[in-house]
Write a protein that binds this ligand. Sequence first.
Ligand SMILES: C[S@@+](CC[C@H](N)C(=O)[O-])C[C@H]1O[C@@H](n2cnc3c(N)ncnc32)[C@H](O)[C@@H]1O
Length: 145
Amino acid sequence: MPQVYTTDHSKSVLQTHSWRTAQNSAPHLIPHIQPTHKILDVGCGPGSISVSLAKLVPGGSVTGVEYVSDPLSGARALAQAEGVTNITFQEGDIHALPFEDGSFDIVHAHQVLQHIADPVLALREMRRVVKRGGIVSCRESAVLT
Ligand SMILES: C[S@@+](CC[C@H](N)C(=O)[O-])C[C@H]1O[C@@H](n2cnc3c(N)ncnc32)[C@H](O)[C@@H]1O
């Protein structure tokens, strides 16, 4: 699968993304989150949304996935700095997620589908790894006021 993410993971790009939290970037999802949920955050970038999601599931967990390792050390450092321990970060391609069917209560992606080779295949993968009755959540644009 060709990689088409044309933005890099330079410090300035990651800083631009790292102001994001579940509160400002996934407010639609928050009412549906239960404290024991197991959440997958695909294309997690600097991990700031992932870490804020993990704080909402103290009895559950968050897994952040990126197709390259570049942003993951910063994401792990952020989790450590925030004292968040119910989170792991690993490499994985959204087109072929390295998880069993039905592994998560919520599968989330923020501003990822617009950057990838095959969004339909990605959505199929996200659906495959969510539990029956779970939630697949994608948000692609943000309107700032
Ligand atoms: C615009 S950034 C969004 C990062 C984060 N979700 C956020 O909103 O702060 C898109 C992210 O998708 C990741 N990405 C691109 N192609 C991917 C793929 N095939 N599988 C997983 N992640 C991918 C990029 O590395 C990048 O970090």
